[in-house]
Ligand binder design. Structure first.
Ligand code: IPE
Ligand code: IPE
Ligand code: MG
Length: 253
């Protein structure tokens, strides 16, 4: 099913979205799946299941609007504290999502990337991650990046360790370690930093997500739970972003 592109520059303009004022990279903390389910008397996992539909919608709409990258926080390195039953179901859902979405990823020509540590992920999930990375290798569309078993402090520690190793072997000297060098040793090497971070379910925190990379990102927090986050909510976040005055420490431009 190919849908017509509705987001002509005129259409975006109509929505108050000047294409010059769109974020290039949106990172999303998809929170509130559990609360969404509990508030409806459903088991928490139902919230995760319903959240997959929000992922589909938001990824597709972002690609059509012309966003360059969407990074989704799927599982944090701290989420292993949850009951094993929930973790097992999350792994199953991830595996199922990757199998079911592969044809969509190919149809939309999405580039595909994963950040985070592989340890702890189920064999099935790892297999489907690798398959998707392989088939999507030559895609040139929007990049969909999944943060799975991701934690920013762990990522920075890994980067420091790799840099130290290169100094030890003489490939690098301490003087050559600058901000760019650190960026290049993170899981997100080669990606632009997020311009906009969206967090659903109201929490005013970043929960160990992309700490280095979001130094100057704009934050948008909505009360909506992730399973109910849809196109109008995305448009609202984009409109809010478009109205921001990004000064990067300078003066009003
Ligand atoms: C976010 O929803 C998804 C994951 C962290 C995997 P939660 O499961 O954290 O939902 P709440 O915050 O408990 O409502
Ligand atoms: C952040 O949500 C992690 C993901 C969305 C995957 P959490 O629900 O784990 O965050 P806290 O515990 O409320 O900070
Ligand atoms: Mg949560």
């Amino acid at each position: 099913m190919t849908r017509e592109t509705e987001y002509t520059p005129d259409k975006l303009q109509e929505l108050g979205l000047d294409s010059q004022r769109l974020p290039r990279h949106i990172a999303v903390i998809m929170d509130g799946n559990g609360r969404w389910a509990i508030s409806r008397g459903l088991p928490r996992i139902e919230g995760h299941r319903r959240g997959v539909q929000s992922v589909r919608t938001i990824v597709e709409e972002c690609a059509r609007i012309g966003i360059e990258q969407v990074t989704l926080y799927c599982l944090s390195s701290e989420n292993w504290k949850r009951p094993q039953e929930e973790l097992d179901l999350l792994m199953q859902l991830l595996e199922q999502y990757l199998v079911e979405e592969r044809s969509e990823i190919m149809r939309q020509e999405l580039q595909f990337a994963v950040i985070g540590r592989r340890d702890g992920l189920s064999e099935g999930a790892l297999r489907e991650i690798d398959r998707t990375l392989e088939v999507a290798r030559d895609n040139t569309g929007m990049r969909l990046c999944l943060a799975i078993n991701y934690g920013s402090r762990g990522e920075i520690a890994d980067a420091v360790r790799r840099i130290a190793e290169q100094v030890r072997t003489g490939e690098m000297t301490p003087e050559t370690i600058d901000e760019q060098c650190i960026s290049e040793h993170l899981d997100t090497a080669g990606m632009t930093d997020p311009d906009l971070v969206i967090r659903t379910a109201g929490e005013m925190r970043v929960s160990n997500f992309l700490l280095w990379q979001i130094s100057y990102a704009e934050l948008f927090v909505t009360q909506k739970y992730w399973p109910e986050f849809r196109l109008p909510d995305l448009i609202e976040a984009l409109q809010s972003f478009a109205a921001r005055d990004r000064r990067f420490g300078g003066l009003k431009g």
